[in-house]
Design a protein around this ligand. Structure first.
Ligand SMILES: C[S@@+](CC[C@H](N)C(=O)[O-])C[C@H]1O[C@@H](n2cnc3c(N)ncnc32)[C@H](O)[C@@H]1O
Length: 260
């Protein structure tokens, strides 16, 4: 499923900063993900949907890293994080331009829900992995961002508009396990429970604008609709902050680890 708007490296880095600043947990999610691979030090790794290359610093023990993304802007940003042994390829997860059995490890982190055809993306990861290779896919749980999307749905309803399903719906942790099991014989899942704790209305609104505001079925919101929606959401976040000291948004994720 594609994002409705331009989701570029600036947005990705902005979101990353908000994870660092407002997450309930302070341990390193990326290090936790990568620790699911029993590294030997000679792995050839594929990073599907590498984005701005935020995983690169965690892959230094690999022999070689091929990082792939369809977005030229993401790859330009990723370039600044490369080190010798990392190469960048512009391509899509549904059509990996590599022969079968090329890689020891394939990562697809918070990316499979962007694919038009998720099953094809998983089949491609399976095809390019060597026998016994490891597939690692991270994603959000079904309950993630319910607080954000339910405020959004209610606010849109007031102006007679409808929100699409959450962007991660096609490959949530729960759905993803079953999809990956269709291709891989050994699949394990590990949850990473976490939440955003927004201490101010401004912080909550910045999150809402980044994750939900422009997600609407049909034409974009008109200026008066935008005002009404923002005002309704602002009031709800303000109530939560007043009552609880923070606006809490569950953002639990997890990792699916499969062996071919
Ligand atoms: C949320 S970012 C994740 C980036 C990185 N994996 C991380 O965790 O920091 C999703 C990335 O998937 C890329 N993407 C979108 N559609 C894709 C596709 N069909 N195949 C591969 N990557 C895709 C986007 O360009 C974006 O860089």
């Amino acid at each position: 499923m594609a994002e409705a708007r331009d989701y570029g490296p600036d947005e990705l880095l902005h979101r990353r900063m908000s994870h660092v600043r407002y997450a309930a947990r302070s341990d390193d999610f990326f290090a936790w993900v990568v620790s699911h691979v029993p590294w030997q030090g000679d792995e050839v790794v594929l990073d599907v949907g590498c984005g701005a290359g935020l995983y690169f610093p965690y892959l230094r023990s690999a022999r070689r890293v091929v990082a792939l993304d369809p977005s030229a802007r993401m790859l330009a940003s990723a370039r600044s994080r490369t080190f010798p042994g990392v190469s960048l390829v512009q391509a899509r997860g549904e059509a990996l331009p590599f022969p079968e059995g090329t890689f020891d490890v394939v990562f697809a982190n918070h990316v499979l829900f962007f694919l038009q055809d998720v099953r094809r993306g998983i089949a491609e990861a399976h095809r390019v992995l060597r026998a016994g290779g490891i597939f690692v896919a991270t994603t959000y749980t079904e309950g993630s961002f319910q607080a954000t999307y339910s405020l959004h749905r209610r606010a849109l309803h007031r102006v007679g508009r409808v929100a699409p399903p959450p962007p991660h719906a096609s490959f949530s942790l729960e759905k993803g396990v079953a999809l990956v099991e269709d291709f891989f014989p050994h699949v394990e899942v590990d949850r990473y429970d976490d939440a955003f704790l927004f201490p101010t209305v401004e912080a909550g609104m910045a999150h809402y604008r980044s994750y939900a505001f422009d997600r609407v079925v049909g034409p974009p919101l008109t200026p008066p609709e935008r005002e009404q929606v923002l005002e309704a959401v602002r009031r709800s976040i303000a109530r939560a902050v007043q009552r609880h000291g923070v606006w809490r948004v569950d953002k639990s994720s997890g990792v699916i680890v499969a062996r071919s």
